[in-house]
Design a binder for this molecule. Structure first.
Ligand SMILES: [Zn+2]
Length: 83
């Protein structure tokens, strides 16, 4: 099984946190997180955001939530490159 790239993890993170990722994919994410501090921090951030947005009304379009997550990712990626 191929190693996940950071971008692959980012694409799966919402499913991962919602627990709807299959067992194989979840295992791949866990394995990537074990060796990648950046993504571990990213997942923590997304988890906090998801928790915060859980109180939003259900009619909030999920595209908006996804844009928000993408925003976090871009910030994180930019910070990472700046180092
Ligand atoms: Zn990573």
């Amino acid at each position: 099984m191929d190693e996940l790239a950071c971008q692959d993890l980012v694409e799966r993170v919402t499913d991962y946190l919602e627990g709807v990722l299959g067992p194989d994919e979840t295992e791949r994410v866990n394995r990537h997180l074990a060796g990648c501090d950046g993504c571990t921090a990213y997942v923590d951030q997304v988890r906090a955001t998801v928790r915060a947005s859980a109180s939003l009304p259900p009619e909030v379009p999920s595209a908006q939530a996804e844009a928000r997550l993408l925003d976090i990712y871009r910030t994180w990626a930019a910070e990472r490159q700046g180092r």
